[in-house]
Each structure stands twice: as C-alpha cells, then as structure tokens.
Design a protein around this ligand. Sequence first.
Ligand code: DAH
Length: 343
Amino acid sequence: MIQIKESLLQIKDAFEGQLNNVKTSSEAEAIRVRFLGKKGELTAVLRGMGTLSTEERPVVGQIANDVRSDMESKLQGVIHRIEAEENDRTLVEQKIDITLPGNAPPMGGRHPLYKVIDEICDIFMNLGYSIAEGPEIEFDSYAFERLRLPEGHPARDEQDTFYITDKILLRPQTSPVQVRVMEKTQPPIKIVCPGKVYRSDALDSTHSPIFHQIEGLFVDQHVTMGDLIGSLRLFARKLFGEDTKIRLRPHHFPFTEPSCEVDISCWGCGGTGCRICKNEGWIEVLGAGMVHPEVLKMSGIDPEIYSGFAFGIGVERTAMGRYGIEDIRLLFENDLRFLRQFR
Ligand code: DAH
C-alpha cells in the first residue's frame, strides 16, 4: 500500500514538473495522454490496486481519486491559460484597421447627353408631360407617310436615311412617336419622347450619324401658338437661366403649320456675339410648330375639335452649349478622361 501511495505522489510530482514547462495546447494534450490517458501512468498504477486488501483499497482509492482530480484541475488551468494566450496572440497578429478606407469599386457616371436628357424631361414633366418612347427601327409609314412626308420628299432620300428594307428604316427623327401615341390616345395628350435618331451624315465636329432628340407633343382643345411660345420660353429659362430669351424664325416642316425654328440667346455672351454663337448672339436648338390638321386626322384625332403643338429638341447641341463642348465627337468616343469631367 505504501508503495502504491508513493508511486501516486511521484507521478503527481513528475506531472507538475512537466506541466510548468508547457507552452502550447498540443504539449498540454501530450501530457494529458501520458499521465491521465487510458494507457497513462496513473491508470497503470491503479491497476495494481487489485493486490490490496479490502481495508486498504478504499483508502488508496480515495488518495488516487484526489490525486487524479488535482492533476486534472491543474491541467485544465494550464489549458485555459494557454488558450487565452493563443487567442491574444491571434488577435494581435490578425489585427485589421477598420478605419482604413476600403477599396472602392470603380463607379461609373451618367453620360453628359443623358444628364441633359434627364434635365429637359424633368422640366417638361413638371409641366405635366409624361415620357413616351418608340422604336428606333421604324416603318416608313410612321416615319414619313403619316407625318406628311410623301414618297419623293427629299428627306426620304437614301442619302439622308438609313434604310433596312424598302419599308423599314432607322428613324431619322423622333417625330414618328407622335403618330404612335396619337393613334392610341385621344387628347389631352402631353408627352415628351427622348431617343436616338439616325441619319447618314458624315462624322465631323458638328455632325454625327447617330444623335439624340427629344420630341414634345401637346394636343388638346384650344391649344395655340401662344402656348407653344410660352412653354418653350419657360423651358429655355429653366435650362439655361432666367435671362435666356428665345427667338422664332419661320421655317417649313411637313408635319406642322405654321412651323418655326427656335433659337435661344447665346449662353456664352447672352446675345452680344461671341465665338460660341459665331457672333450671331443666338443658337438654334429646336424645331417646332402647330401640328398639321392632316397629321391629326391621319392619327384619328378630329382637327375641328383639337389642335396641338409639337417640337423636336436637338440634345447634342443643347448639351454642347450647356457644358461648353466644342466637338460632337467627344460625346461618342467614350474617352473616360473626357467623361469623368461630368460626374
Ligand atoms: N423632326 C424635326 C427635325 O428632326 C424637329 C421637329 C420640328 C419636331 C418640328 C417637331 C416639330 O415635332 O413640330 O428637325
């Protein structure tokens, strides 16, 4: 019995000696296996208990239990300490500075043409217009016939218009949307229609085969030229500033009568003449007029009851004026150095 007791205490001493040097959790685990495991030293000693008498057995059993639980709790203490240390170390090693700015993904910006389109549409939406859209690939009936551009009209010439077939083409203006809306809706009609248009023009500093227009249409009872002028004046002031003036020049469009071209006082000089307006003092930005009675009639609207005005704004020209852009090609080349200026 004495011998077993001694062995137990020796094991405990050896265990504590080794435990003091433990630095990592795997070392702690190795010690646990060696001393407390199923094939460990303590178990080996306890196997010898079979040789003891019935009186001795509970006494030694008690000692053995005390030694075991003492060793286990010491080991637990060391494991806790090591885990805490290891935790602290990881926290320090993997520290991240959450105040550093992140890697922002590259952000795009709205194209200057579309910024201007949005601005113009907003102005008209505030006047009660809604947005309408139509196809860029169009039938010639909508693009020409029903706008009073009969066969043989110079605008139908292949030199101006991209034809896909005899009857299908790329719309050279946004005016066909007028027809598409009128044939489906009875007045009052109040729409603006932004979109791309196509003409077979050579690319130079003021022409592009693709460009943008915003068509406007207002049809109701008693709509007059005075309403047209008032609306356009308001539009010009909102877009270019309160001092902006407009000027109407008589013109001809087959789909309006009377028709006019509308200039606005130069945003560069206010009308006195400068390089931007080529000393004219005025810049042409749109065509307009009173919708021709036959155009109304062809779309199912009674010209005896209703009248209307329409206009078509050139977006590129307006954007170039708004931002002082001197070459239309800049708007289509997608050079980020140019486009970033408008973010
Ligand atoms: N479609 C014309 C053009 O491309 C612009 C225009 C003029 C539109 C008069 C209209 C209008 O709606 O009434 O030059």
